[in-house]
Design a protein. Structure first.
Length: 309
């Protein structure tokens, strides 16, 4: 690690309590790394907590004036890491995730060519695999992991690396152009993975590296069930699937994703369990808005392409 300057970037929004456990553990395991916390403004009290944590542990704070979303936060953190901290590599980490020294070293070894975008195998708090590589399937916009890849080897798919824990060398960052901030939340890791791969980077899941991710820690309230999801989770997952289609797919595939928008929305809502439909207003509102706004983005992309012809 001594030959490469690693910066750990964590984008925070109302998650100071998670930083005080997960990021403290990661920072202790990686004493040579520069820790950069990007605080997307939520409340004055939360900002004060984050300021105190950063001062106590010697972390760099990038204090945003508003909520720039995940992609906007990462971009701000990357600018600070490269221009102020002199970083050669970025390790993106969710507030609800942590990684140890040996796994980080394995990620750095795997990306020593400077042209590899890598993720560890990610486990949940109970040791179950949460991420070990994922693909988005071009026929319908569905997702699948390694098992589906083995079962459908000829299916058209695009692999992607999870932003919950992602190692990005400077060359790959420059090649990809950073995160697309229009996604705001969710699917931006799919987007940057695909853009990086299209421009010559290799995507790799390093099986010898493990990160622990308490999935849901950043998108459910303290009193919600473990499977519960927020209205923002539903909205942006549904909307951004169609935004991705507008960005990356040809007309035929994009239209296929459009036709299955409501089926996909139902599947996204079911991730939060069926009990939520006892009070269905918030999830159904999120689904309707997500499909509506995603289709508007697709229509705008079609109009721009038509004007360019």
């Amino acid at each position: 690690m001594s030959e490469r300057a690693l910066a750990v970037i964590v984008v925070n929004y109302g998650s100071a309590a998670l930083l005080s456990t997960n990021l403290v553990a990661t920072a202790a395991a990686l004493p040579e790394a520069r820790i950069v916390v990007v605080d997307n403004r939520s409340t004055a009290e939360e900002r004060r907590r984050v300021e105190e944590l950063c001062a106590l542990h010697g972390w760099d704070l990038v204090a945003m004036d508003a909520n720039a979303g995940f992609g906007g936060g990462v971009n701000a953190g990357a600018t600070h890491a490269f221009e102020v901290a002199g970083a050669s590599d970025l390790l993106l980490l969710n507030p609800d995730a942590r990684i140890d020294a040996s796994s980080t070293a394995a990620l750095l070894d795997a990306t020593s060519d400077g042209m590899t975008l890598a993720s560890p195998r990610v486990e949940d708090a109970e040791g179950r695999t949460w991420f070990a590589g994922m693909d988005v399937y071009l026929a319908d916009g569905s997702m699948g992991g390694p098992r589906r890849r083995r079962e459908q080897p000829s299916a058209r798919r695009l692999p992607w690396i999870s932003g919950a824990c992602m190692l990005i060398p400077r060359a790959v960052w420059d090649l990809s152009g950073g995160f697309d901030e229009e996604y705001f939340l969710y699917w931006e890791d799919v987007d940057i993975s695909v853009r990086a791969a299209e421009r010559g980077a290799r995507l790799l899941v390093v099986e010898d590296a493990i990160a622990v991710h308490d999935e849901g820690g950043t998108h459910r309230g303290q009193r919600q069930r473990p499977e519960a999801k927020s209205e923002l989770y539903y909205y942006y997952n549904i909307r951004n699937r169609l935004l991705f289609a507008a960005r990356h797919l040809d007309a035929a595939d994009a239209e296929a994703w459009n036709r299955t928008a409501w089926l996909n929305a139902r599947q996204v809502l079911l991730r939060g369990g069926r009990r939520q439909f006892l009070r269905p207003l918030a999830p159904l509102r999120a689904a309707w808005r997500g499909v509506r706004d995603g289709r508007r983005l697709m229509a705008g992309a079609r109009s721009r392409r038509g004007a360019e012809v």
